[in-house]
Design a protein around this ligand. Structure first.
Ligand SMILES: [Zn+2]
Length: 126
């Protein structure tokens, strides 16, 4: 990850390192604890309990998942599976899966029911 304050010659300066740390990402030339914060080649690791970790935890708590398989790809043929929408009748969380998927809402501990409508990831992504 390289942010705007990175100089065009590729040097990762202290300003860049401070910005990374403010985001909860620790610059490290080795990508691990103890590496140099600045230099031509600097990787990073995620600071435990830092802003990045907390932001990601908040995102995950909303049910957000990075599901690359469901991303729309122009020209890609969608198979017949993984299209049935399941909804929790209590909290209205949605999930998509094969028609015979047995799925339970973790929050409500009840079975999620299929509404038998062929869903669209794009339509429901928002
Ligand atoms: Zn629920």
């Amino acid at each position: 990850m390289c942010l705007a304050s990175r100089r065009s010659d590729g040097y990762h300066n202290k300003e860049w390192a401070a910005k990374m740390e403010s985001l909860g990402l620790q610059p490290s030339s080795t990508g691990a604890v103890g590496g140099k914060r600045t230099g031509q080649r600097v990787s990073h690791y995620i600071i435990p309990d830092g802003p990045f970790t907390k932001a990601f935890a908040n995102l995950a708590a909303t049910g957000w998942k990075l599901n690359l398989q469901s991303a729309h790809r122009p020209g890609a043929t969608k198979g017949p599976n993984s299209k049935t929408k399941f909804t929790c009748s209590s909290c209205s969380q949605n999930a998509w899966g094969k028609p015979d998927l047995a799925i339970t809402c973790t929050l409500c501990r009840i079975e999620m029911k299929s509404d038998a409508v062929v869903g669209s990831y794009e339509r429901d992504a928002a």
